[in-house]
Design a binder for this molecule. Sequence first.
Ligand SMILES: Nc1ccn([C@@H]2O[C@H](COP(=O)(O)OP(=O)(O)OP(=O)(O)O)[C@@H](O)[C@H]2O)c(=O)n1
Ligand SMILES: [Mg+2]
Length: 395
Amino acid sequence: MPHEFEMARPILRKIEEAGFEAYFVGGSVRDTVLNKKIHDVDIATSAYPEEIKGLFQRTVDTGIKHGTVMVLDGSESYEITTFRTESGYQDFRRPDHVTFVRSLSEDLKRRDFTINALALKEDGTIIDLFNGLSDLEQHLIKAVGDPEERFNEDALRMMRAVRFASQLNFSIEEATQKAILDHAPLLKKIAVERIQVEFEKLLMGQQPQLGIQTMLDTNLDQYCPDSISLQESLKQMVQINQLKLDSIEAAWVMVGWYPNLSNEQLQKLLKDWKLPNSLIKTVEYTIQLLQMLQDEMIDQELIFNAGEDNVRLASQIALLLDISDLDIINQYQMLPIKSGKELAVTGGELIKLKLIQPGPKLGLLLNDLKKVVIHNQVKNTQDDLVEYVKKWKEQ
Ligand SMILES: Nc1ccn([C@@H]2O[C@H](COP(=O)(O)OP(=O)(O)OP(=O)(O)O)[C@@H](O)[C@H]2O)c(=O)n1
Ligand SMILES: [Mg+2]
């Protein structure tokens, strides 16, 4: 058992000693069987939330309505969720109400895929009611029970299927994939933020091209934000030789690069996907840098404005796209200044020298100084810059 489970074993034992059942469930069990590193440890139990709260000293009501109580143990914390069934999914995304149940099988049968429906007991026994182990061995993503029901309950699961295909390099079982094709339009009901999380995990998975191809094959792309541009990108991305994306930034630069969008269209694509502004800025700068590389023209000012991180990202993606990076990292390092603050004169000094008065003109002048220094037209020394300002005043 991995260290994370070892740490949590006493918690499960304590619940069992009180006469209830408790299991590790979800992705951590799947990833343990696959010998992968685990991140979050989820625990499911037959005990009701109030009963869990009675058993442990330090608890937090993180999601008590849905049956989840957080138990604090030293510096660790564990989410413990009561076995539940969810009924009446009228909006294809959230259960109308949650019913707590005492039976593990009731809980497991409402889970999405067989590989995610395994439970692990404190003593190491695996409970496998839906042949999840065999599907893990066969590298198959297969819905638990009737795939249509599973996707009607939560349409996001269709995106989860293609995301797992990419992350695990698994195929989607035939009936499950057919159900995705048939229910793809339901994705429209899902909040963009939730789709975004799955799509990013897909892009950063070990086989993004498998996930992307499956999105195209099942029409899921048609129900994602800005689907026309997206489809164009995805079609191009499957063509790349061995696509591998190791950051969210790189992933979105690739998506934004392909459809050949104007800056406004690119903004719309990224906004429609509800990306944070800082990420949008990064993607915009990096795409501008890539356009510059494609045109084989170095624009010092753009390199300066984009900054080191975006320059490094552009260089990395140029490699994937098979365009020359024109040594831009070096070009960046050779810039005479890396920020406006490195100018050899400040606004205050220029005012003291009576070369200019405070006001909007000063801002314009400083901007101009920055430009001529970046373009190596004037040396970044106080004398040279003061000289330049005197001439600038005369014109
Ligand atoms: N739409 C969903 C989301 C989750 N689950 C169930 O809840 C578990 C935990 O969900 P989550 O942490 O979102 O996904 P993981 O499968 O654990 O994947 P990851 O490793 O990315 O956390 C899943 O394994 C699955 O059993 C589900 O049935 N349907
Ligand atoms: Mg998880």
